[in-house]
Ligand binder design. Structure first.
Ligand SMILES: Cc1ncc(COP(=O)(O)O)c(C=O)c1O
Length: 408
């Protein structure tokens, strides 16, 4: 049996690199090289590879209870996680639904939003609004709310119809005419990650929230990428001072150790499902919903925010991003250099922009040859390091990016 790797075109890409070990911000290859993980292994790692506290928490949980069906049963790790989430989320978001990954967290949010209206007899209110350039995952529902892209082209016939808007002005026009059809709007708050690290101001997010509230449209914040400190705040929504109706959190939630996700919502939403009429139940779940190992990893990850200077590390990364991006803005091949919190992005001038830009593979291979894992999104080179990255390693990463641009 051969392995089929995700997002990989074997016909043109080099074979996968075997990794034997991860420690801090480093990955160690089987042939003895060390790579700086400049993308937190698909944005999941926060506190460093192989963090001993998270590893120990998983091991201890595995010896006690590895899994139990989560319908009709509960366990300590899941209850502790609900309490820990309550400490870092707005008080209004007080109901948590567990699942396995970012896409399932989004699927659950979309289904909760649609059934919320259905349970109240509003069956016409089932359409979703999403943003241009959005990415929310690869399952059919999440792919439907994601923007049209080379990822989605083959599945046009399967994608659910979605209202697509570019900004608050377009949203206003839409909701003023069709609010009776719209269940929810889903957004990646402030940073549209896979869409090319596109950033928009907090004032725009605030406006989305106001318009949704005024027009009885639920707002889903997909914080799968932006959550847990990535943007310099615990959640990106905090920059705009808003509380969405539903929020999806995954990726960094287990510190990059295990697939796990949560969808949280307001109690008013949950109330529409709470009934002696069984047909109002949320008939949705996964074999591994509430998996104790995932909960234990998440508890340890959140605990590290309390016991280690995580936000000081985040600030240190922000400062380096700020200082280094200033130089890139002058570079003739750079169209734009932007950042928010620990996320920085350098957009390059190329003849063929977009995800399938030919410049991508050349850059990727160059970075690997120089000991850095960076995976440009087409013509956008971005750096999203684990928070524990050493400052000299982050500077070195920028030096290698600079060299790559010079020889491009
Ligand atoms: C904003 C956002 N939502 C959802 C997802 C999907 O998460 P997963 O890959 O865990 O299914 C991603 C993944 O990159 C993401 O960036």
């Amino acid at each position: 049996m051969k392995i089929w790797h995700p997002y990989t075109q074997e016909a043109t890409e080099p074979p996968p690199i075997p990794i034997d070990q991860g420690k801090g911000a480093y990955l160690y290859t089987r042939d003895g090289r060390r790579l700086i993980d400049g993308i937190s292994s698909w944005w999941v790692n926060l506190h460093g590879h192989g963090h001993p506290l998270i590893a120990a928490a998983i091991a201890a949980q595995a010896c006690k209870l590895e899994h139990v069906i989560f319908a009709g049963f509960t366990h300590e790790a899941a209850e502790e996680l609900a309490e820990r989430l309550a400490r870092i989320l707005p008080a209004e978001l007080d109901r948590v639904f567990y699942s396995d990954n970012g896409s399932t967290a989004v699927e659950a949010a979309l289904k909760i939003a649609i059934q919320y209206w259905y349970n109240q007899g509003q069956t016409k209110k089932h359409r979703i609004v999403a943003l241009e350039h959005a990415y929310h995952g690869d399952t059919i529902g999440a792919m439907s709310v994601s923007a049209d892209s080379p990822f989605t082209a083959a599945f046009e016939v399967l994608r659910l119809p979605v209202f697509r808007v570019r900004n608050a002005a377009e949203l206003e026009e839409l909701v003023s005419k069709r609010e009776d059809e719209i269940a929810a709007m889903i957004v990646e708050p402030l940073v549209q990650g896979a869409g090319g690290m596109k950033m928009y101001p907090a004032s725009e997010l605030k406006r989305f929230q106001q318009l949704c509230a005024e027009h009885s449209v639920l707002l889903i914040a997909d914080e799968v990428f932006t959550g847990l400190g990535r943007t310099g705040r615990m959640f990106a929504c905090e920059h705009a001072g808003i509380t969405p109706d539903l929020m999806c959190i995954s990726k960094g939630l287990t510190g990059g150790f295990l697939p796990f996700a949560v969808t949280v919502c307001r109690s008013e939403i949950y109330s529409a499902f709470h009934s002696t009429d069984r047909s109002r139940t949320f008939f949705h779940g996964h074999s591994y919903s509430g998996n104790p190992l995932g909960c234990a990893a998440a508890n340890a990850t959140l605990k590290i925010f309390e016991t280690e200077p995580v936000f000081e590390r985040i600030t240190a990364i922000e400062r380096i991003h700020e200082a280094r991006l200033a130089d890139f803005r002058q570079h003739p091949t750079v169209v734009d250099a932007r950042m928010l919190g620990t996320i920085s992005a350098i957009e390059l001038r190329t003849g063929d922009p977009g995800y399938v830009s030919s410049v991508r593979s050349r850059l990727y291979n160059f970075f690997i040859e120089h000991g850095v894992l960076l995976r440009p999104l087409g013509n956008v080179v971005y750096i999203v390091p684990p928070y524990v990255i050493r400052q000299d390693d982050l500077h070195y990463t920028y030096e290698i990016v600079g060299k790559a641009l010079d020889i491009l």
